[in-house]
Design a protein around this ligand. Structure first.
Ligand SMILES: Cc1ncc(C[n+]2csc(CCOP(=O)(O)OP(=O)(O)O)c2C)c(N)n1
Length: 197
């Protein structure tokens, strides 16, 4: 299963959600499908996409938040799973694309490569109730649909091939993306206020 195909399959479902991705290949694959103002590609801060997602989910309870993470990034900030288990943001879905690799920086093997480290088991052990581990596109789409319907925090560990885009280059630098993403959230908040009966 390829991550790019997984992202493509759920792309229409992302339009009404706040989406935070890790840097590198994952960000590029989403960007290449067409940037939307509700997408934030977290550059540089490896491991912190889920932390940003948690902060957004807590501070914007009316929004649905989707985090697209990587195995290397989660391994760098394993404590995030315990924090997420404790706060269990009902409006957040955490997708971990496990390609067993630090793909974006040259494809070095991560600890999940040899099947020794099981991120879904770690997520469950951390205390997260809704954890799915999937390795086929149909199972991925099903797990994402379940997570989006469920009013509860969900983690999906998607086993994907260690392949990425054949090019890198986004015409959107971090500060501009951050300002526009913030403005998008603010405008939606203002709109909700206006529409309040
Ligand atoms: C603290 C820190 N260390 C290292 C890097 C360099 N770096 C950027 S992406 C990346 C690999 C990320 O791996 P993973 O989360 O598995 O995603 P993948 O690239 O495989 O899609 C690394 C090591 C960084 N940005 N920050």
């Amino acid at each position: 299963m390829k991550r790019a195909k997984c992202i493509e399959a759920i792309y229409p479902e992302l339009q009404d959600k706040l989406v935070v991705t890790i840097m590198g290949a994952c960000a590029q694959e989403l960007y290449d499908l067409g940037h939307c103002e509700n997408f934030f590609y977290l550059q540089h801060a490896m491991g912190l996409a889920s932390s940003i997602g948690l902060g957004l989910a807590i501070s914007e309870p009316q929004e649905k938040v989707v985090v697209m993470d990587g195995d290397g990034s989660v391994l760098m900030n394993l404590g995030t799973l315990t924090t997420l288990a404790r706060y269990k943001p009902a409006n957040m879905t955490h997708i971990i694309f496990d390609n067993g690799s630090l793909l974006s920086t040259g494809g070095f093997a991560s600890h999940t490569t040899a099947g020794i480290t099981d991120l879904a088991a770690i997520a469950k052990g951390a205390g997260i109730e809704n954890v799915a581990s999937v390795s086929t596109p149909m199972d991925f789409i099903g797990a994402v649909a379940d997570a989006f319907e469920r009013e509860a925090f969900s983690v999906i560990v998607a086993k994907v091939e260690a392949v990425g885009p054949d090019h890198f280059g986004m015409d959107l630098k971090l500060p501009e993306n951050a300002f526009r993403f913030e403005r998008y959230i603010k405008e939606r908040r203002q709109m909700r206020e206006k529409l309040k009966p």
